[in-house]
Write a protein that binds this ligand. Sequence first.
Ligand SMILES: NC(=O)c1ccc[n+]([C@@H]2O[C@H](COP(=O)([O-])OP(=O)(O)OC[C@H]3O[C@@H](n4cnc5c(N)ncnc54)[C@H](OP(=O)(O)O)[C@@H]3O)[C@@H](O)[C@H]2O)c1
Length: 279
Amino acid sequence: MKILITGSNGMLGHDLQEVLKDKHELILTTSKTLDITDKENTINFIIENKPDVVINSAAYTDVDGCETNQDIAYAVNGEGVRNLALGCRQVDCPLVHISTDYVFDGTAREPIAEDGEIGPISVYGKSKLKGEEAIQEILDKYFILRTAWLYGINGKNFPKTMLELAKDHSEITVVYDEVGTPTYTPDLAYGISQIIETDHYGIYHLTNSGSCSWCEFAKYIFEIAGADVNVVPVTASEFSRPAPRPSYSVLKNKNWIDNGFEPLRDYKLAIKEYIELIK
Ligand SMILES: NC(=O)c1ccc[n+]([C@@H]2O[C@H](COP(=O)([O-])OP(=O)(O)OC[C@H]3O[C@@H](n4cnc5c(N)ncnc54)[C@H](OP(=O)(O)O)[C@@H]3O)[C@@H](O)[C@H]2O)c1
């Protein structure tokens, strides 16, 4: 297949290339070569290249930055996604779009299925929801994949930050009252490589299996990395950040499993592999 990947310089974009390059013809774009907020150019680019599928891994992902740069958040995560959907409609190709657990408000206390009640509490979450809504309004052929707590080789992420801090800190404070599922971008990219072979369109939750708090995740990272660090649990309100985060956003991968796909492996296996790779 001919696959257009937007945001190909990003953390997920990097792993999508790795997973898809041997089997498919890839058209790789970055914010410099295809700014998805440019409506005319984005639609024309899709019409000219006629991809069989578009995978949008471009987004404004700075969750705290979105609070102060609301215009950029809505332009990229809302309008940019709308522009891609309009382009896909012109050439009748499916759009794979990556969304987030931050479209939920965090009040759930058990894993949230795809039809769980939406209620973003941050500008980032609200802007990502705009993108989801635009796709559903414009296209029939789409895969909206909500994922969470991503980390991978090519980008800033929580495990990397923890391991950096561990080099010169013997004690680190980490939030314990936010629970979710850390997800390894190569595993997510592998999931995407499977779903694009199908026409099982719709909204999916797709994360590694299991769940933990940031604090538990940090402790596990230090344990497997052999780092001697005392993790001090703090509440999210003590660890003040500009954007509120959902306190619970574990995603039940219901549609994924109902459609016959294998669940992604446990987050503990994935983080072990990642730490082996980067150490
Ligand atoms: N990171 C997480 O924890 C997390 C959790 C849940 C869902 N997600 C979603 O997963 C997807 C991938 O996330 P990620 O962490 O891989 O993101 P990332 O590393 O921040 O990469 C996003 C890419 O988007 C590109 N981009 C930004 N503005 C653009 C524009 N106007 N036009 C075209 N490209 C633009 C950037 O390109 P340049 O580098 O070329 O500027 C960047 O490389 C995103 O949709 C994100 O919302 C992420």
